[in-house]
Write a protein that binds this ligand. Structure first.
Ligand code: NDP
Ligand code: OXD
Length: 313
């Protein structure tokens, strides 16, 4: 029997969507990957590959069995009430975790070696040397010990940083002091010099980066938010930067993206803005992972590990 096509449904630009289609098709020559505009018969289609799909469209595919996201974060999919109640699988790509670990490490090292201070001193032509601190004397806390958090923790631990991490359920990781649950949060951030957020956005983690957490950090701390913009209470951060309790923030994700041109963060001397680049999905490595998931499903009927709608990730 002829296999039904696989749907590719995105709101990416036509050029980017076409590139995805080309990469996916190259990894799965035995499959037929079609975009929403190209699909003629909706019956029989079992799989949809999606990136921010247009609202409501997936409900029109009566035989859909599972959805594969092209992205790691799936908060928009999991809260979309128009989606059919079928498994949603997020992207789990080791290359994405490696990219995240490298960007987290770059930000941690920039702060650790005072690059933020020297940058602002340069503007004042100020020749002032700051005594270096060893990595082993820096307490780094990572919120979220999933694919992104674990890879980042391992890279930083290898450089000698003292790593603490927080997750929902108990974890046991080499070189990481692990905390979990509500009580563990405060303990994990207590006296942290650098706080890295790599949590998914859920009802429980919304606005988690706020003054209640900031007050436990060590003086002159650093915030790295590479999770989602809605994790951060912006006014609390601005207040802590103003008071000098947080020395610098590296922000990659924002409540509204692209960050509006009038937003204060763009010109704040103690904030480094990145345009959501901490770990960009690589269409080649991601297509390979997705092709493996689809191959296994075709062979065995097993749907890859999917997200938990109740937990929201
Ligand atoms: P995972 O699902 O692998 O890991 C999530 C981690 O967060 C787990 O350790 C989980 O705990 C923990 N967690 C979830 N909810 C809670 C909670 N209520 N309390 C404490 N811990 C919690 O996700 P990834 O690591 O793959 O990705 C994390 C996020 O990173 C994505 O959702 C996305 O928002 C962001 N991201 C950002 C990118 C960028 O370029 N800026 C790129 C890719 C991802 P447990 O271990 O117990 O399940
Ligand atoms: C993702 C992201 O979730 O790019 O993949 O943030």
């Amino acid at each position: 029997m002829q296999k039904a096509p696989i749907l590719l449904a995105t709101r990416l630009s036509p050029k980017v969507e076409a590139q995805w289609q080309k990469n996916l098709q190259a990894m799965m020559p035995e499959e037929n990957i079609l975009t929403l505009n190209q699909i003629q018969v909706r019956r029989g289609i079992e799989m949809a590959l999606v990136a921010n799909p247009p609202s409501g469209v997936l409900g029109d595919f009566p035989d859909l069995k599972w959805i594969q996201s092209l992205w790691a974060g799936v908060e928009n999919l999991l809260t979309d009430k128009t989606l059919p109640e079928i498994p949603i699988c997020r992207l789990i790509d080791p290359d994405l975790a490696q990219a995240m670990a490298e960007t987290v490490t770059a930000a941690v090292m920039a702060f650790h070696r005072d690059f933020d201070l020297y940058k602002s001193q340069q503007q004042q032509k100020s020749w002032l040397q700051h005594p270096p601190v060893f990595a082993r004397n820096r307490h780094v806390t990572i919120l979220g010990l999933g694919e992104m958090g674990r890879a980042s923790a391992a890279m930083l631990a290898a450089l000698g940083f003292s790593i603490h991490g927080w997750s929902r359920s108990p974890q046991n990781l080499q070189d990481v002091t692990c905390y979990h649950g509500e009580d563990g949060l405060r303990q994990s951030v207590d006296q942290a010099n650098i706080l890295v957020n790599l949590l998914p956005l859920t009802e429980q983690t919304y606005a988690i980066l706020n003054r209640d957490i900031f007050q436990h950090l060590a003086p002159d701390a650093c915030l790295i938010n590479f999770g989602r913009g809605a994790h951060l209470v912006e006014d609390d951060l601005l207040d802590y930067l103003e008071q000098g309790k947080i020395r610098h923030a590296f922000l990659d994700v924002f409540a509204k993206e692209p960050l509006p041109i009038e937003h204060l963060f763009w010109s704040h001397p103690k904030i480094t803005v990145f345009p959501h680049i901490a770990a960009m999905t690589n269409p080649v490595s991601a297509s390979k992972v997705i092709a493996q998931n689809i191959y296994r499903y075709r062979q065995t009927g097993v749907i890859p590990v999917s997200c938990n709608r109740v937990l929201g990730y």
